[in-house]
Ligand binder design. Structure first.
Ligand SMILES: Nc1nc2c(c(=O)[nH]1)N[C@H]1C(S)=C(S)[C@@H](COP(=O)(O)OP(=O)(O)OC[C@H]3O[C@@H](n4cnc5c(=O)[nH]c(N)nc54)[C@H](O)[C@@H]3O)O[C@H]1N2
Ligand SMILES: Nc1nc2c(c(=O)[nH]1)N[C@H]1C(S)=C(S)[C@@H](COP(=O)(O)OP(=O)(O)OC[C@H]3O[C@@H](n4cnc5c(=O)[nH]c(N)nc54)[C@H](O)[C@@H]3O)O[C@H]1N2
Ligand code: SF4
Ligand SMILES: [Mo]
Length: 893
């Protein structure tokens, strides 16, 4: 019989990670899995991919997935779970009013999911208590855009970064966080040597390594820097008078505020040399084509909205907006941060870029939805929503597509709030997260690859995510789950969607209602889209004035100088410089800065499943300046305790002159699932920007102390550890098992028992003990293969992690090699690749070092030819160049 494959041979879809929004082509691998490659026809990436995108095929297995609804830890069916959720919501609303319930959703929702959740809360439940993790991510940019443009508009396109003669990156580690956009920028810069890149970031990131000028400003001082720029532009007469007079208002007060700080005051506030300020100001002044792109170093601040406007002011004053290669550019983090804004997912927005506080807008949306109970005022923003849950005001909360117990500031408080809240529902794709552990009801959501919908990237480009896998277990798309609850609450017609295409069609229709160019967001030509058309829909940018056509030119807004304020003029906004909300003190003298690493995605529920991605950085860390480390007796690889007014964590110390004195950087990614105590948001505080409500996640006063343990350990094992009895531990997935870092203040009496518990094995162990020297090495074998090995020392264990983890994969280890392994000695130094630097092709640091030192490679290309490193996605090229530069410098001195 001829079998027709049910699935198409090739699916075009979009990456579920960052806001670059790369197009992907997914094909069956022929061995039961899939291969993922960059879509050459997608305008965002033109075939490129980064390490995370390239590793997607490793993260779609069903291990650890939440596959069935669960109530009180017990598996149930959908009917029971949905009846319970709807019943509890109805009862709570009846007894305590609509504002006693809340939804907390995600910029990783598809637009269709977001639209339905928002409609249910704001039009039908009658509260605006729906907020999203975009509050932690984009809220300041949104508020800044609205103040300046009258709408939340990102005017530019990615091509503008290539067309610019000067790109200024403010608080953006583009090389690691938006790698494909960074590749595009790097390629444009290589092709046009006159192009300049300025990076404004307190720490010397991999992005800063690629810059012509790096300004390591004092944390939180961006407003002073850009006020200084505005004053400098004015003083030199560098104003686009026709534009300022014809298309803006507010310049005089904005200038008056900017002038208040002279250059000396700006230098004092930013901690930058006057000479460097002048270089930057002059470069900005004399370069017409400037793009200023910004991200979390701007947004996640108690002055995030002012930072945004201080940047926009400089562009408006010079008329550098809405033209090729010019403009302010907010780079969005999550894959659908933009889509969430389009449907009004934040507590102070309404659907289709309308405002909840505008009665006209409420009339338009309410009428379109036939809403029985329109919310008429903004709801609680994220930080306030969890506070209200803690105080008992919010009595039922539904969290979907986000992991707030790890990612919200003051995360221990958030965990306590969820424990205190009488009814907690969590929709997730993963069974066991720090947030699912607080839930009364767990709802299994369909994951990337299983669900259909749309996402919008940073340049307003809407792309389809398409399913290429069947729905596993009883998982369902998020829009379906919210719609089912809506129906059970009695609104059968309003939530009677059959598929994602119907939701999208309704969303598109709403964007055109009473619009006629009054609102920026308009995709109404797609209002009647059929399911078939939706299936083949090609990426397009909004606003749309006709049905999209493939290959259409990029859409840039404001080229006509007309904005979305009532008088059509853009606003320059006075932005007085204010210090961060909290200050260092003798008790907490250092500033904690937090952010991302190249190969992990947020709380690691997906990226931690890829051994390749875990190979780059496998342990949570704190990066300190050498002087701050020395003052505290901290040496490289020490364990340190970071303490703040909110909480404490224990992580590994990294010492780097790229860190500002007085600053510490720690990644946000590690959770209680991978580490004993490394949830960095247990440290951060709840201070927010007064306008946007976005938390100040980049500035927390802390102290860092040496954590002295009685012993340190490192283990590899061929399975998940069974039991870890140690005060400090971190588990990372490896190719054939996992790696475990260990340490404790308590001594261990019986190392054999400890190792057996860790390995989950009861067999004899091969062991070496130097009791006086407090060194112990134990290994277990399963036939000829290595099952587990543990290395213990009185100081941090110095052994090649990559080499040891690779031993797990060997089919047989001879008696001689067993002894060598126990000695922790790589047979031949050349066998040790070192930590993985190039995640795509699995090339280690030592291999690259050898190419530079032994083979004399002096360019990134030469290293690529020799080792293949950096030849796929290129995310590691900055790191390779840094190694080459370090070697050159070493040779020179
Ligand atoms: N690998 C990876 N990529 C990601 C993500 C991920 O989890 N992993 N997440 C995605 C998401 S949701 C987001 S929001 C983006 C975030 O992308 P980015 O904003 O680029 O990343 P962050 O590391 O959060 O912070 C950026 C930089 O801000 C700097 N900074 C701190 N304080 C200040 C300050 O006061 N002023 C200035 N100018 N800079 C400051 C930090 O040192 C840091 O290097 O990344 C997206 N891409
Ligand atoms: N200290 C500090 N904290 C930060 C930041 C920082 O820079 N510093 N950055 C903040 C920013 S910008 C962001 S965006 C947040 C991110 O923080 P979170 O949103 O909490 O992080 P994720 O790990 O992406 O969480 C997504 C959750 O949704 C689940 N999931 C994945 N796909 C689906 C799906 O299709 N449906 C459903 N229902 N669930 C799904 C995942 O398993 C995971 O549990 O962190 C914020 N927190
Ligand atoms: S840059 Fe990487 S993470 Fe971002 S969308 Fe592209 S492939 Fe995905
Ligand atoms: Mo984000």
């Amino acid at each position: 019989m001829l079998v027709t494959p049910r699935e198409p041979l090739e699916t075009k879809t979009t990456c579920p990670y960052c806001g670059v929004g790369c197009g992907l082509v997914v094909r069956p691998s022929g061995t039961g899995g899939v291969t993922v490659s960059g879509d050459e026809s997608h305008p965002a990436n033109l075939g490129r991919l980064c390490s995370k995108g390239s590793a997607l095929s490793e993260t779609i297995g069903l291990e650890g997935r939440l596959l069935y609804p669960m109530v009180g830890g017990r598996r149930t069916g959908w009917t029971e779970a949905l009846d319970l959720v709807a019943g509890k919501l109805a009862d709570t609303i009846k007894r305590h009013g609509p504002d006693s319930v809340g939804f907390y959703v995600s910029g990783q929702f598809l637009t269709e999911d977001y639209y339905v959740a928002n409609k249910l809360m704001k039009g039908f439940i009658g509260s605006a208590n729906i907020d999203t993790n975009s509050r932690l991510c984009m809220a300041s940019a949104v508020a800044g855009h609205k103040r300046a443009f009258g709408a939340d508009t990102v005017p530019g396109t990615y091509a503008d970064l290539e067309l610019a003669d000067l790109v200024v990156l403010v608080g953006s580690n583009l090389a690691w966080c938006h790698p494909v956009l960074f590749q595009r920028l790097a390629a444009a810069k290589a092709a046009q040597p006159h192009m300049r890149l300025v990076v404004i970031d307190p720490r010397r990131t991999m992005t800063a390594e690629a810059a012509d000028l790096h300004l390591p400003l004092a944390p939180g001082s961006d407003v002073a820097l850009f006020n200084g720029l505005l004053a400098h532009l004015e003083a030199g007469g560098h104003v686009d008078r026709a534009f300022v007079d014809g298309h803006t208002s507010g310049a005089p007060p904005a200038l008056a505020t900017a002038r208040k700080q002279d250059l000396t005051a700006v230098a004092a506030a930013t901690g930058l040399e006057i000479d460097n300020l002048k270089i930057f100001y002059d470069l900005f002044t004399r370069t017409e084509r400037v793009v200023t792109a910004f991200s979390q170093g701007v947004n996640q601040s108690s002055s995030g909205t002012d930072k945004t406007n201080a940047i926009i002011n400089c562009h408006l004053f010079t008329g550098r907006i809405g033209k090729p290669g010019m403009g302010p550019f907010s780079i969005t983090g999550q894959p659908n941060a933009m889509g969430g804004r389009e449907v009004g997912g934040l507590a102070n927005q309404l659907a289709a870029h309308m405002d909840i506080e505008d009665p006209e807008h409420r009339r338009i949306v309410g009428g379109f939805w036939h809403a029985p109970r329109m919310a008429d005022r903004p709801g609680l923003k994220a930080v306030d929503l969890f506070r209200a849950a803690h105080e008992g005001k919010v009595k039922a909360i539904w969290i979907a597509g986000t992991n707030p117990v790890d990612s919200m500031p003051n995360a221990d408080f958030v965990r306590a709030a969820l424990h205190a809240c009488p009814f907690v529902v969590v929709s997730d794709v993963v069974r066991d997260t720090d947030t699912t552990r607080t839930a009364d009801v767990l709802l299994p959501a369909a994951a990337w690859g299983e669900k259909d919908g749309t996402v919008t990237n940073s340049e307003r480009r809407v792309s389809r995510q398409r399913a290429f896998l069947p729905l596993p277990g009883e998982a369902k798309p998020d829009w379906w789950i919210f719609a089912e609850v809506g129906k059970r609450l009695g609104w059968t017609n309003a939530f009677a969607y059959q598929n994602a295409a119907e939701v999208f069609a309704e969303h598109a229709e709403l964007s055109g209602v009473e619009n006629s160019g009054r609102r920026d967001f308009d995709i109404s030509p797609l209002a009647g889209i059929s399911r078939d058309e939706y299936e083949v829909m090609q990426p397009f940018q909004w606003p749309l004035h006709a049905k999209p056509v493939a290959g259409a030119p990029d859409v840039r807004l404001f080229s006509n100088g007309s904005f979305y304020t009532r008088d059509k003029r853009a606003r320059l906004v006075p932005t007085p410089f204010k210090a961060p909300a909290s200050a260092t003190s003798p008790e907490f003298p250092l500033v904690l800065n937090t952010g991302r690493v190249r190969d992990q995605w947020h709380t690691m529920t997906r990226t931690a499943r890829s051994p390749r991605l875990m190979g780059h950085i496998a342990e949570p860390f704190a990066e300190l300046h050498p002087d701050d480390a020395a003052a505290r007796g901290i040496s490289p690889a020490s364990l340190v305790e970071i303490v703040s007014a909110q909480g404490r964590v224990i992580v590994r110390a990294q010492i780097s002159p790229g860190q500002r004195r007085g600053s510490v950087f720690a990644p946000l990614h590690w959770t209680d699932r991978q580490a004993s105590n490394a949830r960095v948001d247990a440290l951060t505080g709840s201070h927010v920007d007064p306008i946007s409500g976005q938390p100040e996640l980049k500035f927390t006063p802390v102290e860092v102390r040496l954590f002295t343990a009685a012993w340190y350990g490192f283990a590899v094992l061929d399975r998940e550890p069974r039991q870890i009895d140690a005060g400090y531990w971190v588990v990372a997935k490896a190719e054939d098992g996992c790696r475990v870092e260990l340490a404790d203040r308590r001594a261990v009496v019986d190392w054999h028992a400890f190792a057996r518990d860790l390995f989950g094995i009861n067999t004899e162990l091969l062991a070496y003990h130097d009791t006086a020297g407090k060194r112990h090495r134990l290994a277990a074998f399963d036939g000829d293969r290595l099952a587990g090995a543990l290395f213990v020392a009185p100081e941090p264990v110095a052994l090649s992690r990559t080499w040891l983890a690779a031993q797990l994969g060997l089919p047989a280890i001879t008696a001689k090699d067993r002894l060598r392994l126990l000695a922790g000695r790589t047979g031949n130094a050349a066998d040790d690749p070192g930590p993985i630097l190039c995640a795509c092709l699995g090339v280690g640091l030592n291999q690259i070092n050898r190419a530079i030192t032994d083979d004399g490679c002096t360019t990134v290309e030469a290293v690529g030819e020799k080792t293949r490193a950096g030849t796929n996605c290129g995310s590691c090229r900055s790191e390779i160049r840094k190694m080459i530069d370090a070697k050159a410098l070493q040779n020179a001195v």
